[in-house]
Design a protein around this ligand. Structure first.
Ligand code: CAA
Length: 259
Protein backbone atom coordinates (compact mmCIF):
# COMPACT_ATOMS: atom_id res chain seq x y z
CA UNK A 1 0.00 0.00 0.00
CA UNK A 2 1.36 3.40 -1.00
CA UNK A 3 0.57 6.06 1.62
CA UNK A 4 1.40 9.01 -0.61
CA UNK A 5 -1.90 8.98 -2.51
CA UNK A 6 -4.81 11.07 -1.26
CA UNK A 7 -7.61 10.06 -3.66
CA UNK A 8 -6.43 6.57 -4.49
CA UNK A 9 -5.80 3.31 -2.66
CA UNK A 10 -3.02 1.37 -4.32
CA UNK A 11 -2.05 -2.19 -3.56
CA UNK A 12 -0.54 -5.30 -5.10
CA UNK A 13 -2.11 -8.74 -5.01
CA UNK A 14 0.41 -11.17 -6.45
CA UNK A 15 1.10 -10.00 -10.01
CA UNK A 16 -2.00 -7.78 -10.08
CA UNK A 17 -1.68 -4.07 -9.33
CA UNK A 18 -4.88 -2.51 -8.00
CA UNK A 19 -5.69 1.21 -8.19
CA UNK A 20 -8.91 2.00 -6.33
CA UNK A 21 -10.47 5.41 -6.85
CA UNK A 22 -11.19 6.81 -3.40
CA UNK A 23 -13.12 10.10 -3.25
CA UNK A 24 -16.23 8.74 -1.52
CA UNK A 25 -17.62 12.17 -0.62
CA UNK A 26 -18.02 12.92 -4.36
CA UNK A 27 -18.85 9.40 -5.64
CA UNK A 28 -15.30 9.28 -7.06
CA UNK A 29 -15.92 12.28 -9.33
CA UNK A 30 -12.75 12.64 -11.35
CA UNK A 31 -10.89 15.87 -10.65
CA UNK A 32 -7.39 16.67 -11.85
CA UNK A 33 -5.81 15.66 -8.53
CA UNK A 34 -7.39 12.18 -8.65
CA UNK A 35 -6.58 11.66 -12.34
CA UNK A 36 -2.99 12.82 -11.77
CA UNK A 37 -2.60 10.25 -8.99
CA UNK A 38 -4.23 7.53 -11.08
CA UNK A 39 -1.91 8.11 -14.04
CA UNK A 40 1.08 8.20 -11.69
CA UNK A 41 0.06 4.86 -10.14
CA UNK A 42 -0.54 3.29 -13.56
CA UNK A 43 2.90 4.40 -14.77
CA UNK A 44 4.46 2.86 -11.65
CA UNK A 45 2.70 -0.48 -12.28
CA UNK A 46 3.63 -0.34 -15.96
CA UNK A 47 7.32 0.01 -15.05
CA UNK A 48 7.22 -2.79 -12.45
CA UNK A 49 8.23 -6.24 -13.82
CA UNK A 50 6.48 -7.96 -10.91
CA UNK A 51 3.10 -6.67 -12.16
CA UNK A 52 1.41 -8.42 -15.10
CA UNK A 53 -2.06 -6.86 -15.10
CA UNK A 54 -3.68 -3.78 -13.57
CA UNK A 55 -7.17 -3.40 -12.09
CA UNK A 56 -8.81 0.03 -11.87
CA UNK A 57 -11.81 -0.01 -9.57
CA UNK A 58 -13.91 2.23 -7.35
CA UNK A 59 -16.21 1.69 -4.39
CA UNK A 60 -19.27 -0.52 -4.16
CA UNK A 61 -21.46 2.57 -4.74
CA UNK A 62 -19.50 4.22 -7.53
CA UNK A 63 -16.74 3.41 -9.98
CA UNK A 64 -16.86 7.13 -10.81
CA UNK A 65 -19.82 9.52 -11.25
CA UNK A 66 -18.05 11.45 -13.99
CA UNK A 67 -15.65 14.32 -14.32
CA UNK A 68 -15.87 16.72 -11.40
CA UNK A 69 -18.70 19.09 -12.35
CA UNK A 70 -17.78 21.54 -9.59
CA UNK A 71 -14.22 21.83 -10.93
CA UNK A 72 -15.48 22.52 -14.48
CA UNK A 73 -18.60 24.60 -13.85
CA UNK A 74 -17.04 28.07 -14.20
CA UNK A 75 -14.45 27.28 -16.87
CA UNK A 76 -14.42 29.14 -20.19
CA UNK A 77 -13.68 27.74 -23.61
CA UNK A 78 -10.03 28.83 -23.72
CA UNK A 79 -9.43 27.51 -20.22
CA UNK A 80 -10.91 24.15 -21.29
CA UNK A 81 -8.82 24.14 -24.48
CA UNK A 82 -5.64 24.84 -22.53
CA UNK A 83 -6.44 22.41 -19.74
CA UNK A 84 -4.42 19.19 -19.57
CA UNK A 85 -7.38 17.46 -17.88
CA UNK A 86 -8.71 15.32 -20.75
CA UNK A 87 -5.10 14.35 -21.52
CA UNK A 88 -5.21 12.07 -18.46
CA UNK A 89 -7.53 9.70 -20.36
CA UNK A 90 -5.01 9.66 -23.24
CA UNK A 91 -2.29 8.82 -20.71
CA UNK A 92 -4.35 5.85 -19.47
CA UNK A 93 -4.65 4.65 -23.07
CA UNK A 94 -0.86 4.70 -23.46
CA UNK A 95 -0.26 2.22 -20.60
CA UNK A 96 1.30 -0.91 -22.13
CA UNK A 97 0.06 -3.53 -19.64
CA UNK A 98 -3.53 -4.82 -19.73
CA UNK A 99 -5.95 -2.83 -17.56
CA UNK A 100 -9.21 -4.33 -16.30
CA UNK A 101 -11.88 -1.83 -15.22
CA UNK A 102 -13.83 -3.49 -12.38
CA UNK A 103 -17.07 -1.52 -12.13
CA UNK A 104 -19.58 -1.46 -9.30
CA UNK A 105 -22.32 1.15 -8.94
CA UNK A 106 -22.32 4.43 -10.89
CA UNK A 107 -20.07 4.52 -13.94
CA UNK A 108 -21.02 7.78 -15.60
CA UNK A 109 -19.66 10.41 -17.94
CA UNK A 110 -15.88 10.63 -17.60
CA UNK A 111 -16.08 7.54 -15.36
CA UNK A 112 -17.64 5.50 -18.15
CA UNK A 113 -15.03 6.99 -20.49
CA UNK A 114 -12.27 5.94 -18.09
CA UNK A 115 -13.65 2.39 -17.94
CA UNK A 116 -13.82 2.30 -21.75
CA UNK A 117 -10.22 3.56 -22.00
CA UNK A 118 -9.18 0.48 -20.03
CA UNK A 119 -8.82 -2.78 -21.99
CA UNK A 120 -11.84 -4.66 -20.72
CA UNK A 121 -14.68 -3.95 -18.36
CA UNK A 122 -16.15 -6.37 -15.85
CA UNK A 123 -19.15 -5.36 -13.80
CA UNK A 124 -20.95 -6.05 -10.59
CA UNK A 125 -24.66 -6.68 -11.10
CA UNK A 126 -25.15 -3.26 -9.41
CA UNK A 127 -23.26 -1.35 -12.09
CA UNK A 128 -24.96 1.43 -14.05
CA UNK A 129 -23.31 2.88 -17.13
CA UNK A 130 -24.22 6.19 -18.70
CA UNK A 131 -23.11 9.30 -20.53
CA UNK A 132 -25.37 11.90 -18.87
CA UNK A 133 -23.46 14.98 -20.12
CA UNK A 134 -26.46 16.02 -22.25
CA UNK A 135 -28.26 16.85 -18.98
CA UNK A 136 -25.52 19.39 -18.23
CA UNK A 137 -25.74 21.07 -21.64
CA UNK A 138 -22.51 19.45 -22.88
CA UNK A 139 -21.43 16.22 -24.59
CA UNK A 140 -18.97 13.51 -23.52
CA UNK A 141 -15.46 14.95 -23.78
CA UNK A 142 -13.07 12.12 -22.91
CA UNK A 143 -13.80 9.82 -25.84
CA UNK A 144 -17.37 8.74 -25.02
CA UNK A 145 -18.93 9.53 -28.39
CA UNK A 146 -16.24 7.44 -30.11
CA UNK A 147 -15.51 4.56 -27.72
CA UNK A 148 -19.13 3.94 -26.70
CA UNK A 149 -20.20 3.87 -30.35
CA UNK A 150 -17.46 1.37 -31.21
CA UNK A 151 -18.41 -0.75 -28.18
CA UNK A 152 -22.21 -0.88 -28.48
CA UNK A 153 -23.02 0.35 -32.00
CA UNK A 154 -24.70 3.50 -33.26
CA UNK A 155 -28.30 3.15 -32.05
CA UNK A 156 -27.53 2.27 -28.44
CA UNK A 157 -24.75 4.89 -28.26
CA UNK A 158 -27.04 7.54 -29.75
CA UNK A 159 -29.82 6.70 -27.31
CA UNK A 160 -27.49 6.81 -24.30
CA UNK A 161 -25.73 10.02 -25.36
CA UNK A 162 -28.82 11.89 -26.60
CA UNK A 163 -31.08 10.97 -23.66
CA UNK A 164 -28.51 10.45 -20.89
CA UNK A 165 -30.24 7.17 -19.98
CA UNK A 166 -28.25 4.88 -17.70
CA UNK A 167 -28.05 1.20 -18.64
CA UNK A 168 -27.83 -1.73 -16.23
CA UNK A 169 -24.99 -4.22 -15.98
CA UNK A 170 -27.14 -6.81 -17.77
CA UNK A 171 -27.85 -4.40 -20.63
CA UNK A 172 -24.14 -3.53 -20.79
CA UNK A 173 -23.40 -7.25 -21.12
CA UNK A 174 -26.04 -7.68 -23.79
CA UNK A 175 -24.68 -4.68 -25.74
CA UNK A 176 -21.04 -5.84 -25.47
CA UNK A 177 -19.81 -2.98 -23.30
CA UNK A 178 -18.68 -5.39 -20.56
CA UNK A 179 -17.27 -8.89 -20.83
CA UNK A 180 -18.66 -10.29 -17.57
CA UNK A 181 -21.24 -9.52 -14.87
CA UNK A 182 -20.55 -10.93 -11.41
CA UNK A 183 -22.85 -11.14 -8.35
CA UNK A 184 -22.26 -8.18 -6.03
CA UNK A 185 -21.02 -10.43 -3.22
CA UNK A 186 -18.22 -12.02 -5.25
CA UNK A 187 -17.56 -9.20 -7.72
CA UNK A 188 -14.16 -8.06 -6.42
CA UNK A 189 -12.91 -11.60 -5.87
CA UNK A 190 -13.97 -12.64 -9.39
CA UNK A 191 -12.50 -9.49 -10.94
CA UNK A 192 -9.15 -10.10 -9.24
CA UNK A 193 -9.24 -13.76 -10.29
CA UNK A 194 -9.72 -12.71 -13.92
CA UNK A 195 -6.90 -10.15 -13.66
CA UNK A 196 -4.64 -12.78 -12.03
CA UNK A 197 -5.32 -15.17 -14.92
CA UNK A 198 -4.18 -12.46 -17.34
CA UNK A 199 -1.19 -11.51 -15.18
CA UNK A 200 0.11 -15.10 -15.28
CA UNK A 201 0.56 -15.06 -19.09
CA UNK A 202 3.77 -14.28 -20.96
CA UNK A 203 4.39 -10.53 -20.44
CA UNK A 204 5.69 -9.68 -23.92
CA UNK A 205 2.87 -11.59 -25.61
CA UNK A 206 0.34 -9.76 -23.39
CA UNK A 207 1.72 -6.40 -24.39
CA UNK A 208 1.75 -7.27 -28.09
CA UNK A 209 -1.76 -8.81 -27.91
CA UNK A 210 -3.11 -5.60 -26.35
CA UNK A 211 -1.46 -3.52 -29.07
CA UNK A 212 -2.83 -5.77 -31.80
CA UNK A 213 -6.43 -5.74 -30.54
CA UNK A 214 -6.31 -1.96 -30.10
CA UNK A 215 -5.02 -1.67 -33.66
CA UNK A 216 -8.42 -2.99 -34.81
CA UNK A 217 -9.89 0.38 -33.80
CA UNK A 218 -7.24 2.45 -35.54
CA UNK A 219 -6.72 0.82 -38.94
CA UNK A 220 -8.30 -0.85 -41.93
CA UNK A 221 -8.74 -4.65 -41.79
CA UNK A 222 -5.80 -5.19 -44.17
CA UNK A 223 -3.49 -2.93 -42.14
CA UNK A 224 -4.61 -4.53 -38.90
CA UNK A 225 -4.02 -8.05 -40.19
CA UNK A 226 -0.56 -7.00 -41.43
CA UNK A 227 0.24 -5.51 -38.01
CA UNK A 228 -0.90 -8.75 -36.38
CA UNK A 229 1.23 -10.90 -38.71
CA UNK A 230 4.37 -8.87 -37.99
CA UNK A 231 3.69 -8.95 -34.26
CA UNK A 232 3.00 -12.70 -34.39
CA UNK A 233 6.29 -13.35 -36.23
CA UNK A 234 8.19 -11.06 -33.86
CA UNK A 235 7.16 -13.13 -30.85
CA UNK A 236 9.24 -16.01 -32.26
CA UNK A 237 12.26 -13.93 -31.22
CA UNK A 238 11.28 -14.25 -27.54
CA UNK A 239 12.48 -16.82 -25.02
CA UNK A 240 8.89 -17.07 -23.82
CA UNK A 241 7.74 -18.46 -27.18
CA UNK A 242 10.42 -21.19 -26.97
CA UNK A 243 9.44 -21.90 -23.35
CA UNK A 244 5.68 -21.88 -24.04
CA UNK A 245 5.92 -24.36 -26.88
CA UNK A 246 8.51 -26.55 -25.14
CA UNK A 247 6.30 -26.66 -22.03
CA UNK A 248 3.31 -27.71 -24.13
CA UNK A 249 5.28 -30.52 -25.78
CA UNK A 250 6.79 -31.66 -22.45
CA UNK A 251 3.33 -31.52 -20.79
CA UNK A 252 4.39 -29.09 -18.02
CA UNK A 253 3.51 -25.55 -16.97
CA UNK A 254 5.58 -22.82 -18.67
CA UNK A 255 7.83 -20.53 -16.67
CA UNK A 256 7.81 -17.08 -18.28
CA UNK A 257 10.86 -14.84 -18.25
CA UNK A 258 9.32 -11.80 -19.92
CA UNK A 259 11.93 -11.78 -22.68
N1 CAA B 1 -18.93 15.98 -10.02
C1 CAA B 1 -18.85 16.55 -8.79
N2 CAA B 1 -19.54 16.10 -7.72
C2 CAA B 1 -20.31 15.03 -7.89
C3 CAA B 1 -20.45 14.37 -9.13
C4 CAA B 1 -19.72 14.89 -10.22
N3 CAA B 1 -19.73 14.32 -11.45
N4 CAA B 1 -21.32 13.34 -8.99
C5 CAA B 1 -21.70 13.35 -7.69
N5 CAA B 1 -21.11 14.35 -7.02
C6 CAA B 1 -21.25 14.70 -5.61
C7 CAA B 1 -22.57 15.41 -5.35
O1 CAA B 1 -22.48 16.79 -5.68
C8 CAA B 1 -22.74 15.15 -3.89
O2 CAA B 1 -21.93 16.04 -3.17
P1 CAA B 1 -22.57 16.90 -1.94
O3 CAA B 1 -22.97 15.85 -0.93
O4 CAA B 1 -21.45 17.76 -1.51
O5 CAA B 1 -23.75 17.61 -2.50
C9 CAA B 1 -22.17 13.75 -3.69
O6 CAA B 1 -21.31 13.52 -4.82
C10 CAA B 1 -23.22 12.66 -3.68
O7 CAA B 1 -24.00 12.80 -4.88
P2 CAA B 1 -25.62 12.81 -4.86
O8 CAA B 1 -26.10 13.41 -3.59
O9 CAA B 1 -26.04 13.46 -6.13
O10 CAA B 1 -25.88 11.25 -4.85
P3 CAA B 1 -27.18 10.49 -5.44
O11 CAA B 1 -27.02 9.08 -5.00
O12 CAA B 1 -28.44 11.23 -5.11
O13 CAA B 1 -27.03 10.58 -7.05
C11 CAA B 1 -25.81 10.38 -9.13
C12 CAA B 1 -25.97 9.90 -7.67
C13 CAA B 1 -27.03 9.97 -9.93
C14 CAA B 1 -24.55 9.72 -9.69
C15 CAA B 1 -25.70 11.93 -9.15
O14 CAA B 1 -24.69 12.31 -8.19
C16 CAA B 1 -25.28 12.50 -10.47
O15 CAA B 1 -26.12 12.61 -11.36
N6 CAA B 1 -23.98 12.88 -10.63
C17 CAA B 1 -23.52 13.54 -11.83
C18 CAA B 1 -23.34 12.57 -12.99
C19 CAA B 1 -22.87 13.31 -14.22
O16 CAA B 1 -23.52 14.18 -14.74
N7 CAA B 1 -21.66 12.94 -14.73
C20 CAA B 1 -21.07 13.56 -15.90
C21 CAA B 1 -20.11 14.65 -15.49
S1 CAA B 1 -19.49 15.61 -16.86
C22 CAA B 1 -18.29 14.64 -17.58
O17 CAA B 1 -17.97 13.56 -17.11
C23 CAA B 1 -17.63 15.23 -18.81
C24 CAA B 1 -16.72 14.33 -19.54
O18 CAA B 1 -17.10 13.61 -20.41
C25 CAA B 1 -15.26 14.31 -19.23
Amino acid sequence: MDESYVNLIVNRQGRVGVAQLNRPQALNALNSELMDELVHALHAFDADDSIGCIVVTGSEKAFAAGADIKQMANAGVVEMMNSPFIGYWDAVQRIAKPIVAAVSGFCLGGGCELAMTCDLIVASETAQFGQPEINLGIIPGAGGTQRLTRAVGKSVAMEMILTGRRISAQEALQFGLVSRVFPAASFMEESLKLAAAIADKAPVALRVAKEAVNRAFESTLAEGVLFERRAFNLLFATEDQKEGMAAFIEKRAPVWQGR
